[in-house]
Structures are given as C-alpha cells and as structure tokens.
Design a protein around this ligand. Structure first.
Ligand code: DUC
Ligand code: ZN
Ligand code: ZN
Length: 480
C-alpha cells in the first residue's frame, strides 16, 4: 500500500482553514498533521513512499457532483458523455465522486432500470459513483420497489413535474411517492416546473413562428417554476417527506424554499453554474456563422437560463451565501450541436435539454471566491461537504479527516484555467462545443487523488477506466 504525504498546503474545510500536512495510507486519510510534525518520533516526510508539495496551494476534499446524467436517453438521442468520458472529465476538474440518475422509464420496472444503469457504469468510471433513482412511472409496483432502494445503497429518488408523456408525475403520483419518502427516509428530489402549462405555452410560441432556442426560456417562465416549487413544498409538508429541489434557477423559487425552511420544513435546494453565470439575454444575443441564432441551443436546458435584468443570477449567489440554497451541482447532461442539438432546428421543443459542465464546476465556483461572492470555506461546503451530508456519504467523502477516503484535490489559486473547446484548450467532455467558451478562471486544479491514487497531475490523466467504484449511500445526514 502506498503512503503519501501532502505537505506545505492550506487544508480548507467547510468550517475553516489551516496550514497542515495530510498523511494518506493506501486508500484512506491516516492523519492531518501540523506542518513538518513527526509521528511517534518518525520524520513523516522521510518515511512515506511519495511526497506531494502543496506549498502555496489549497488542499480540499474532492468535489462531489450530486447531479449528473451520463448516457441519459433524452429527446430522441442520448447524452453524449459515457460514464468513462464523463467521469474522466470530472476528475480533470477536481470532482472525485458523482451521483448519477438511474432511470426507470414509463412501463419499466425500477429494478430493471437500475440494473441497466449498473451495466452502463460498472467497470467504466474514473471516480467513485452512486445513483439516485428517477421514478418515471409511479405505480403500485414501483412504489413497492422504492421501499427496497435503501438496500441497494440508494437513498433518494427524483420525480418530474415537467415533461408530460416522458418522466412526468401528476400530483396524485407525487403524493403517493412522497408517502414512501416519509416512511423510508428516502429524499424526494423534484424537477419543479409545471410541465403541462409549459407545453401549452411552447405550442403557442411555435404556432406563432417563434421557434428559436431563446423561446425555450420564454415558454418555461419563472412563474411555472415558482408554482411547481410551492406545490412540491406543500405536498412534502402534508406527507412529511424530505424534499430537495434540483436545478433551481428562479429567484421566486428560492423565496418559496426559504419560506418553507424558515418554518422548519426539511426542504433543500441546489443551483447549477449555468444559473449563476449565464442568462436568457446571453442566449438571445447568441449568434454564429455556422448556426445563426440557433447558436443559443448550446444553452437550452431545463430549468432554463433566466433573465439577468430580473436579477435571478444575483439572487442565486445570495441564496448560496445565506444557505437558502445548500449546494451546487452541474445537472451535467451534454449533447453535441451536430446530430443532437440540431434535432431542434426550426422547433426549440426538439432541442435535447442539457449543458455539459462536469469538468468546470470546481473552477467556476472557485471564481465565486475570487470575485467575493462566497468564501473559500463556503466553496468547499457547497461543492463537497454538503453534497456528502445531503446524500449520505459524509465521513467517507466530503471531508479531510482520519478514516475518510483519500479523495483530495490540490488546488492552485495562482494557476489559470482557460475553459473551452477551441484550439489549444480542448476540454475532456465528449462534446463538440463548450457552453463555457472563453471563460478564464483564476485558479487551477493541480493534483487529484481518488482513494489515495493520483489520477490527475497537472494536465495529465494517470487514472484508468474502472478505478471508480459504486458508492452505497446511507440516508441524508442533513435533515433538521
Ligand atoms: N434538465 C436538463 O436540462 N436535462 C436533462 C433533464 C432535465 O431535467
Ligand atoms: Zn430535472
Ligand atoms: Zn437533471
């Protein structure tokens, strides 16, 4: 077993920072030591197999991206990252665990949907991975199967108030699923948008000739997010289910979450980098020689980008500071422009929904530290510690402490990252464009360890397909 000492760095946790050395023994953290200390009289640096010099750098728990969609069948195609390419890209970006969504499609048994996801991921991942369960068909059989999910290491399921005819659950189905959530402690995760109303608005826009990608965001109005968020909260209150609202983008939805939390309800929310940085106005202004106004398809995702003029991005940052939103995931769901996004040329409804960001989440959120939106500690909390607590991984993941998995990122605040797909800066995600082209980050992932193994050093990938193991998760450790 290899022993490693990460020395000279500043160890940052959700609650503070300190100059400290981290001793790794095999796959786990053995000790967090005062710089240069001895252990039982032994000079630690002289006795380990490898020393990583982190002088001038931050040493943080590896990122946990709790919302990804590798190989998701969607909109007549499939998300373009496999578990192999997507998790490798994640590793390059300082993320050492993902929680992906296993899918039960309409008419399918949950067990079969879950088995298919294990089949896709098993032996292919660069980093550790767990699953949430999408329940796309709430019925007697799936309600019974949900009660067995904890035995599979799955402690959360996702329902959709959007996408009628695909993943959609009506209020009766949601109520029944939430009763299971209450009984079992499974976290109900909600895509909170009023799908039936959105579909009418979208049809009317298309009928009027408004077919460009920009109208995706007009159809998916913030009122539809606020309304669905409120309804989800009330159903959760009635049933006593813990509720986690995914990809929150509207400031009015945050107000709903804050209102419920202030009353002591177990209600939580995440946002994503796209809702912090990108806007509906950016999408309206997008144009290229190749695609014209269809360039905006790169930013078609749901919930949609929101208006900067209306102040949604500002509210998302604020909510991250005040803990009205608890964490940041990517909703990584990449599609290429060629053959995939272009399915929606002439009708925005046919553009596969999704943005690829798994490689950039840690950098983009660190940029919030640089600009003063969040503290260094909050960066670690939002991207690693809270995801671990929220989804039953804390202690093993999300923290640098003895006994935890040695998932560690050495981050260089003096480094620089140029994000993009263009010449000289090709990302590692399996996409033919970047939603983040031109973003320049003050900071850079330097070294990444996954359970003690160095898998990224500088720009070099040293890991292998299959390094990542399935994570059996416990119940949420974040409940009030
Ligand atoms: N939103 C997306 O943008 N893509 C996949 C599914 C979803 O809810
Ligand atoms: Zn969703
Ligand atoms: Zn999603």
């Amino acid at each position: 077993m290899t022993t490693t000492l990460i020395t000279g760095g500043t160890v940052v946790s959700a609650t503070g920072r300190a100059a400290a050395d981290v001793l790794v023994d095999g796959e786990t953290i053995r000790a967090v030591l005062a710089p240069g200390s001895t252990l039982l009289g032994t000079d630690v640096a002289a006795s380990v197999d490898r020393v990583i010099d982190a002088t001038g750098k931050y040493v943080i728990p590896g990122g946990i991206d709790a919302h990804t969609h590798m190989q998701l069948p969607f909109g007549g195609t499939e998300a373009s990252d496999t578990f192999e390419t997507g998790t490798r890209a994640a590793a390059h970006g300082g993320t050492t665990s993902i929680i992906d969504f296993a899918v039960q499609t309409y008419g399918q048994r949950i067990e079969d949907g879950l088995a298919a996801w294990h089949e896709k991921a098993g032996g292919n991942c660069a980093i550790d991975y767990g699953f949430h369960q999408i329940v796309g068909d709430v019925n007697a059989d799936s309600l019974a199967a949900m009660r067995r999910l904890p035995d599979e290491g799955i402690s959360s399921f996702k329902l959709f108030m959007a996408y009628p005819g695909v993943f959609y659950s009506d209020d009766a189905q949601i109520l029944k699923a939430m009763q299971v959530s209450r009984d079992t402690g499974l976290m109900t995760m909600m895509h909170a948008e009023n799908g039936p109303a959105i579909d009418v608005l979208a049809q009317q826009l298309v009928d009027a000739g408004n077919t460009d990608p920009y109208y995706h965001g007009i159809a998916r109005a913030w009122e539809m997010e606020e309304e669905a968020t409120h309804r989800a909260i009330m159903l959760a209150k009635l049933t006593g289910a813990p509720l986690y609202v995914v990809h929150v983008s509207a400031k009015q939805a945050v107000e709903q979450l804050a209102w419920a939390r202030d009353k002591g309800q177990n209600v939580f929310g995440e946002t994503c980098p796209q809702y912090l940085y990108l806007s509906l106005e950016d999408q309206l202004g997008a144009s290229s020689d190749e695609w014209g106004a269809f360039e905006g398809a790169k930013w078609v995702c749901s919930t949609p980008l929101r208006s900067r003029e209306e102040g949604h991005q500002h509210s998302m940052w604020q909510a991250l500071r005040t803990n009205d939103l608890q964490m940041v995931s990517t909703d990584h769901c990449p599609f290429c422009m060629k053959d995939q996004k272009e399915l929606g040329l002439g009708d925005f409804r046919k553009i596969p929904n999704g943005i690829g960001s798994i490689e950039h989440r840690m950098d983009l959120m660190y940029q919030g530290v640089v600009t003063g939106e969040i503290t260094l500690e909050r960066w670690v909390e939002l991207t690693s510690t809270t995801p671990a607590r929220m989804f039953g991984l804390y202690g093993r993941k999300g923290v640098i402490q003895p006994g935890a998995d040695a998932d560690i990122v050495v981050y260089d605040p003096n480094g620089h990252t140029s994000i993009g797909y263009g010449e000289g800066k090709k990302h590692h995600m399996n996409m033919d464009h970047s939603a983040w082209e031109g973003y320049e980050i003050d900071g850079k992932v330097d070294t990444v360890l996954s359970r003690g193994k160095v898998i990224v050093e500088g720009d070099r990938y040293l890991g292998a397909k299959g390094d990542g193991k399935y994570l059996k998760r416990g119940l949420s450790q974040y409940l009030i």
